[in-house]
Ligand binder design. Sequence first.
Ligand SMILES: NC(=O)c1ccc[n+]([C@@H]2O[C@H](COP(=O)([O-])OP(=O)(O)OC[C@H]3O[C@@H](n4cnc5c(N)ncnc54)[C@H](OP(=O)(O)O)[C@@H]3O)[C@@H](O)[C@H]2O)c1
Length: 276
Amino acid sequence: MTFDNPILVIGATGKIGSRVASRMAALDHAHRAVSRSTNPAFNWEDPATWADAMRGMRSAFVTYVPDLAAPGAPEVVEHLAAVARAEGLRKIVLLSGRGERGAELSEDRLSRSGLDYAVVRASWFNQNFDEGMLLPSILSGTLALAAGDKLEPFVDADDIADVAVAALLDDRHNGHTYDVTGPRLMTFADAASEIAAAAGRAVNYVPLSIEDFHAALLAEMGRAEADLLTSICAEVFDGRNEWVGDGVQKALGREPRDFADYVRNAIAKGAWRQAA
Ligand SMILES: NC(=O)c1ccc[n+]([C@@H]2O[C@H](COP(=O)([O-])OP(=O)(O)OC[C@H]3O[C@@H](n4cnc5c(N)ncnc54)[C@H](OP(=O)(O)O)[C@@H]3O)[C@@H](O)[C@H]2O)c1
């Protein structure tokens, strides 16, 4: 077990945090995986929990929930960094989202915190389709989103975790912001049809207006969550993210995984077998 740089993984039961924590375990690297359900617990909504979770750690991987685009996120990140400094942490690696103004402000607060840092700025995750919020849509056969025919270079959660782990363990990544994306620009219709063909089920993409998308979300969730998701889609699907990043190549010296590999691996692990 390596003890000189114990690493705190915040959001450790999530899509990315779980992968970062499992890589730390495989490397036999000292780490503490936290979320609201762990002991010690870490709750973004209860800053009194932060210091206990950080005690004895030297670096932290941070996934902020619900999203760095949420109102107040930059202030929360600044607060977290101040607590981290007080607890003796030296470095934070922040998971961020591409094209979000709130995320950029949060990254900026971290860069001015006095801590070493790296930013892993990700496009939409492949794993949204089988581990995340889009799974019910795939199972129902209708993927309805306010993404129009915009192009997105979906990125694999395993590539994001690989970049995060490199940044946590190697100080040569300090001060870097990595735009991590997949290798290919795709529409949501492309993604739906690739999953449909490989999984042998019908999946149709239905582009919604921003108003219809918001109304559909309101039927499923509270207003704050619906407002946030709608504003994120309005922001990131205006064309600004229609480019392929080189963060995986720069951080790891290799190409990112392709969406087709993701679909094949997800099916091998049993994804999308359930009935609607
Ligand atoms: N999905 C995308 O396409 C995408 C793209 C770019 C960036 N991002 C960013 O990725 C981050 C989300 O990462 P993810 O998808 O890996 O997360 P996730 O799968 O949604 O999991 C969320 C994690 O956060 C924990 N959590 C939830 N509420 C919490 C709270 N109040 N306090 C502390 N922990 C809490 C959860 O565990 P418990 O329930 O046990 O607390 C879980 O470990 C967000 O910052 C998002 O902006 C996402």
